[in-house]
Design a protein around this ligand. Structure first.
Ligand SMILES: [Zn+2]
Length: 206
């Protein structure tokens, strides 16, 4: 084997990772406090690194800090004193919402519009997600606390001292007036006291 063949062999045996993988490094915000204002010194550079319009990032930061300011495409001057770490944190929120793909985590995305809805389109994996909706939707129904008026379906497992039916539901103890042990009932909540619920039977199901 001659030298060139050796070289070629060595190169072909390099793992792909070394040849072309370059990890996305989150750009770092540089800022200083000047009197009663804060200057982000590299708005232009970080915007370029994430392929977004500096105006979009500037507006996002101003809104997040609830302040006003101006920018010239490179520097952003914000009214008020903000620490570099605070700005970096909000900048990373911007990355998560408007830049990084929710599926593959790559930054190779574009913002596309369809009618009135904006999407984040990933050029690396093809994923498409509505902007500002996907990552911030709270799962409310699942963690909802029981309230007076709610309908519940439970099985009565015990009898209380006053003859009410008793049951457990999640972290709650439910007293159901008019229900008997062994019954499966649909009931309406009539009172909430800490982790104790009071309910009355609507319908016996068994
Ligand atoms: Zn992707």
């Amino acid at each position: 084997m001659n030298y060139e063949e050796l070289l070629e062999k060595a190169y072909s045996e390099l793992p792909d990772v070394v040849k072309e993988h370059h990890r996305f490094e989150k750009p770092e915000i540089y800022s200083i406090i000047q009197g009663k204002a804060t200057v982000v010194q590299n708005l232009g550079e970080v915007s370029k690194a994430i392929n977004r319009d500096p105006d979009m990032l500037a507006k996002f930061l101003l809104k997040e800090f609830g302040t006003s300011g101006t920018h010239d495409g490179q520097h952003l001057v914000m009214k008020g004193q903000f620490r570099k770490e605070q700005i970096q944190e909000r900048f990373e929120a911007f990355l998560n919402e408007y830049v990084l793909c929710g599926e593959c985590g790559r930054p190779d995305t574009k913002i596309a519009r369809e009618g009135r809805v904006s999407f984040l389109k990933c050029e690396a994996c093809g994923a498409r997600q509505p902007l500002g909706v996907l990552k911030t939707t709270p799962k409310r129904e699942e963690n909802k606390n029981p309230e007076v008026g709610d309908e519940i379906t439970i099985e009565i497992t015990r009898t209380g001292k006053k003859g009410d039916g008793m049951a457990r539901m999640g972290g709650y103890i439910v007293f159901v007036s008019g229900a008997k042990i062994g019954q499966k009932v649909k009931a309406r909540i009539t009172g909430v006291q800490g982790s104790t619920l009071f309910a009355s039977v609507i319908e016996v199901l068994n």
